[in-house]
Structures are given as structure tokens and as C-alpha cells.
Design a protein around this ligand. Structure first.
Ligand SMILES: Nc1nc2c(ncn2[C@@H]2O[C@H](COP(=O)(O)OP(=O)(O)O)[C@@H](O)[C@H]2O)c(=O)[nH]1
Ligand SMILES: [Mg+2]
Length: 248
């Protein structure tokens, strides 16, 4: 869709559909949306994945353009996949992802998108570890874990990515038309989908840049729904299985 397209009432159509997966994030999803850029180029698509706490209602009340509701929890990857599909149906030329638990600064989308455009990037990966990025709050051992992960990911992908687990991403929707990138696979329903996409985007030769972002950890009210080694393996296996040619 051309970037100067306008809706019937004359407002510019959004350019970036920002997909925000959320599972039981009452109290946080509202905060995320309150910090969403007041910029008509961006719209929020929240995917409420069978939450039992009114996450979807809170998202609506705080201005999400779209709230997709899954009655049964399908996993974060399945939620993001549906959000992307909706963004594409709405004709948005760019897609983004950020977390629904107030770990990212939605305001940073503006600079990330702007930088992506000015550098003709296809994909902008957020990084807390590059110069200008930061982490706020205590992470326990997680800081180290995410650094080691990024190193392993980089070795498998043959490209240095300083913060491969960072769930702040902005990219051209046309990437998903690439026949070698298939998000519609059941093994990607959980935490695997995002590293799958990042790995594919690198190996397919798209132009990737990293952009400094803030990651905030809420030590008192939780910052992850990941459960132990099983979910770390889900983060790790896409790069490994794709590199080995076991998955496509
Ligand atoms: N839709 C959906 N969202 C989920 C699910 N699990 C986690 N999320 C959301 O995805 C985002 C990131 O998840 P989180 O577990 O915090 O991952 P981490 O911060 O990377 O460890 C948060 O907004 C969660 O609410 C799920 O099964 N379905
Ligand atoms: Mg989190």
C-alpha cells in the first residue's frame, strides 16, 4: 500500500501495525498502551491469548486499534502470527512486535522506524546491549543468559546480533511473502517464532540493522512466563534446527 494512503475521513493510514502479545497482563497492558506513540503512523494490535484477567478489556480501554481474542491459549508464537496476519489484512507495509508486559518502551518505536527508513533497512532488531541501549531493573541471572544466547545465535546465523532475544522488532511486511519464510508451522506456536524469523531474515540476505532500546525488568510483579529450560530450548532450537537443515 502506498505510504501516502488516506482513510475516507482524511487521516493518514497507519504504516506500522505493532503486534503486542499478551497473556494475563492486566495492569501492564494498559501501561504499555498509555506509552504508545501518539503518532498516526503506528497502530496497536493486541493479541489476548486466553487471558482470564480482563487483559483484552484493558487493552481496548487504553486505545488498542485491534484486540484479537483467542478463547484458548495458543502460545506466544501463535498470537504473534495472528497479529501479523491482521496487520497484513489491514494493508500495513510495516509490522512490529513488542511485549505486552511493559518491558519495552513503545515510544522508542518512532526512532527505530525512522532509522530503519533512513537506512533502507528491511528489519530493525532492538538491542539493549549496543551503545545507547539500556536495562532497567534487576534481572537475576538473565542478563548473562541473554548474552550467551545472542553469541550462540550469532555463531549459528553467521552474523553478530548483540541482543537476539530482544522482543522489540520492526520489519517490512513484504518479508513474510518470501516463500522460504513460513511462519505457519505448528512448532513455532510458542517462543520459537521470533528467533525463527530473525534467523531466516539474516540467512535470506535481508538488510538488518540493530537499534538501541530500553528493556525494563519488573522484579516484583514478574517479567516472564517462560518456564525453565524447556522454554530456553524453544528460543534456541530454531537457529540450530534451521542450520542443521532439520527444519525449514
Ligand atoms: N498471546 C500470548 N502471549 C504470551 C504468551 N506467553 C507470553 N506471552 C506474552 O508475550 C510477551 C513476552 O512474554 P514473556 O513470557 O514475558 O517473555 P520474555 O519477557 O521474553 O521472557 C508478554 O507480553 C506475555 O504476556 C502466550 O502463551 N500467549
Ligand atoms: Mg517479559
Amino acid at each position: 500500500m502506498p505510504s501516502d494512503s488516506r482513510s475516507i475521513d482524511g487521516d493518514p493510514e497507519p504504516l506500522v501495525a505493532v503486534v503486542i502479545p499478551a497473556l494475563n497482563e492486566v495492569g501492564k497492558i494498559g501501561r504499555v498502551l498509555d506509552k504508545f506513540p501518539r503518532d498516526p503512523r503506528f497502530e496497536a494490535i493486541v493479541v489476548d491469548d486466553g487471558s482470564t484477567d480482563g487483559t483484552g478489556e484493558e487493552a481496548r480501554a487504553h486505545g488498542a486499534a485491534v484486540v484479537i481474542r483467542h478463547e484458548v491459549r495458543g502460545g506466544v508464537g501463535a498470537a504473534i502470527r495472528d497479529g501479523f496476519a491482521r496487520g497484513r489484512e489491514r494493508g500495513r507495509p510495516w509490522l512490529a512486535v513488542l511485549s505486552g508486559d511493559d518491558q519495552h518502551e513503545p515510544g522508542e518505536l518512532v526512532a527505530a522506524f525512522q532509522t530503519g527508513l533512513s537506512m533502507s533497512a528491511d528489519y530493525v532488531q532492538g538491542s539493549r546491549w549496543m551503545s545507547g541501549g539500556q536495562t532497567i531493573g534487576s534481572t537475576g541471572g538473565r542478563g548473562l543468559g541473554t548474552r550467551i544466547y545472542s553469541l550462540a545465535f550469532s555463531l549459528l546465523a553467521f552474523r553478530r546480533v548483540t541482543d537476539a532475544t530482544n522482543g522489540f522488532r520492526v520489519f517490512r511486511a513484504s518479508i513474510l511473502e518470501d516463500p522460504a519464510i513460513n511462519l505457519d508451522q505448528a512448532w513455532l506456536d510458542s517462543y520459537d517464532l521470533e528467533p525463527y524469523l530473525l534467523y531466516k531474515v539474516i540467512r535470506r540476505g535481508y538488510r538488518i540493522i540493530e537499534h538501541p532500546v530500553t528493556v525494563r525488568y519488573h522484579a516484583h510483579d514478574g517479567f516472564t512466563k517462560m518456564r525453565g529450560l524447556r522454554d530456553w530450548w524453544r528460543l534456541f532450537r530454531p537457529a540450530l534446527l534451521l542450520r542443521m537443515g532439520v527444519k525449514r
